[in-house]
Design a binder for this molecule. Sequence first.
Ligand SMILES: [Fe+2]
Ligand SMILES: [Fe+2]
Ligand SMILES: [Fe+2]
Length: 271
Amino acid sequence: MEKQIYLNSIDWDKAYSVGHERIDNEHKRIFELTAEVQKYKNDIEKIKKIIKELILYTKTHFFNEENYMKSINYDLYEEHKKEHKKLNKEFTSIVKDINNESIEDIAFKINKFIYTKILQHILLDDKQFHHFRKTREELKHSLKWIANYKVNDKLIDSEHKELFEIATDALNYDNSDIKQHIKTTLAKLYKYMQTHFEHEENFMANIKYPLLEEHKILHQKIIDQMNDFIKTLTKMKIIDFEKKLLEYMDIWLISHILFEDRKIIYYLKTK
Ligand SMILES: [Fe+2]
Ligand SMILES: [Fe+2]
Ligand SMILES: [Fe+2]
């Protein structure tokens, strides 16, 4: 079952864009090459060639991205570079037994790596260097629910939408007590998140979703992080806090929906 979820999950989605055209195109190409591995189910020589190209392409992409980060004086450049190095190493190591494995196993391993490691890297780390250049207004503008975030369930989709609305509401205020306004809105967001997670877990239980237990742990983690995050409000300047809130929502909410909640779609395709 797990295998099928990952084998169904490899299409590039516009929602994975970080908003930099060249970098997005390169990410897209990585997904296209991965999808090709599955296309040549009977031709191991062809598959080996594609995998070689895919690994090389990923390396080149990392190199290009590092140059870009350097050009904008990105403060987490060194950390990001280390992460690339780790990913390169892992990628090479998962295909080293290629001669002793079935084609289906190889395709599964590669898909899983691209989906869990590369996509996660795009949604969590690449997005950050993109945020680095944006202002509060630009970030606020981009934090919106879009149709590409759909998981194809009416209730879940409308609740996700509501989460975005509450989050941006925190930043809509007149000149009264700004801190109080943010505090109240965050409390509302926190409560709504809890309700939503409960609904989502019920939904997953109903469809017998096999990854429910690990998904519950992820929800708990988000709640804990949200707790810690709210505490920082008292120590930070409003302007810094707002940027952090937007980044936080963009990274945690969007990546959770895209990366975790949407596995439901791939699971339902297998049924
Ligand atoms: Fe990247
Ligand atoms: Fe969700
Ligand atoms: Fe979820």
